[in-house]
Design a protein around this ligand. Structure first.
Ligand SMILES: Nc1ncnc2c1ncn2[C@@H]1O[C@H](COP(=O)(O)OP(=O)(O)OP(=O)(O)O)[C@@H](O)[C@H]1O
Ligand SMILES: [Mg+2]
Length: 318
């Protein structure tokens, strides 16, 4: 547990949270009703997941969520016990519902993301204001996809606001939001391999190509560039070194929440002032512990503690 009196503040932005429904079925069959063998409801959306994961790691954090309607009420009820601290902005409409179907016969997983409520400029500006105030000189986590009605530079704006107040912005998003956010020079970004390829506009055939592009982003002013590589672990490019962390081989049950767990693990180490190597190791340990869990369930802290020692980190030559 981090000593609360010493910990820098952590604020997590969650403009488009969700209720996740997971159904386990034998197999999806067109035009036939299939009965689930198991179903569950969990809070979802990237920001909310990062907030939940931070609580599991004993990090104090406030998650700033836009919620709407009855689904929003249900989400708030679920989050009561799962977030350390929360700040809600009520908007018109309904919070989205995301669906995951797990086929037990094929082990295939299908995911559908719902449409979130409309958030006006005035509303998100208000939430952003609170987020930046809480963050202060701490860490501001800016993550997740946004409603299409919101401007492409919203996250870039959030990064600038956090950093001009003396904080550090951690960004996990994709496409245009990511492109603009990078221009605002956040402290850390965590694209996955596909998100990096989309950003640079071409496939990256091997680790060398990924390292080259990550370094280019680092040189553009992003202090830490972490590229997650699924079962192949992750890369962390810093101002002085390139670190490659390996993911321990584990039974993979569901990869939902792996990226969010990785972000939370890294944030937990950053607030402790840990080394880049420890930051990367914790990110990998948390994400790997999450892929061992069913559906949208996140890691267990005990498992993170066990896996931490199994994450090999090597320095690549510049
Ligand atoms: N199949 C796997 N086996 C072991 N570890 C994995 C696997 N998939 C993901 N991980 C762990 O989770 C981390 C993040 O995974 P990934 O690169 O897929 O990120 P992501 O695409 O952002 O995830 P998400 O879908 O949750 O957003 C990886 O760096 C790795 O540590
Ligand atoms: Mg991701």
């Amino acid at each position: 547990m981090v000593d609360a009196s010493k910990q820098r503040p952590v604020a997590v932005l969650s403009l488009n949270p969700a209720v996740d429904i997971t159904y386990e079925i034998p197999r999806l069959i067109a035009d036939q009703k299939v009965h689930a063998s198991n179903s569950r409801y969990d809070p979802g959306g990237n920001g909310v997941n990062v907030g939940r994961a931070l609580k599991r790691l004993g990090v104090q954090a406030c998650t700033f969520c836009a919620v709407a309607g009855e689904i929003g009420r249900f989400l708030r009820h679920q989050l009561d016990t799962q977030l350390d601290q929360a700040c809600y902005l009520e908007v018109e409409g309904e919070t989205r519902i995301n669906g995951t179907i797990i086929e037990s016969l094929t082990e295939a997983q299908f995911e559908v993301s719902g449409v979130g409520p409309a958030v006006s400029t005035l509303q998100w500006t208000h939430l952003l204001e609170q987020f930046v105030t809480h963050c202060g000189e701490g860490l501001g986590v800016i993550t997740g996809s946004l409603q299409r009605s919101l401007p492409d530079n919203l996250y870039a704006d959030a990064v600038r606001r956090v950093q001009s107040a003396g904080g550090r912005a951690i960004v996990d998003c994709h496409d245009e939001q990511l492109r603009h956010a990078i221009e605002a020079r956040p402290f850390l970004i965590k694209p996955n391999r596909f998100e990096l390829e989309t950003l640079v506009g071409h496939p990256l055939k091997d680790l060398n190509a990924i390292v080259r592009e990550a370094r280019r982003l680092q040189e553009q002013g992003v202090s830490r560039v972490c590229v997650s590589l699924g079962a192949d672990g992750a890369l962390l490019v810093t101002p002085s070194e390139i670190l490659k962390g390996e993911a321990p081989a584990v039974p993979v049950v569901s990869t939902v929440g792996a990226g969010d767990s990785m972000v939370a693990g890294m944030v937990a180490m950053l607030v402790r002032g840990a080394s880049d190597e420890e930051v990367l190791r914790e990110g990998i340990a948390c994400s790997v512990a999450t892929v061992m869990q069913p559906g949208t369930e996140l890691f267990e802290r005990r498992m993170v503690e066990r896996l931490r020692g199994e994450v090999g980190v090597t320095r690549l030559l510049l």
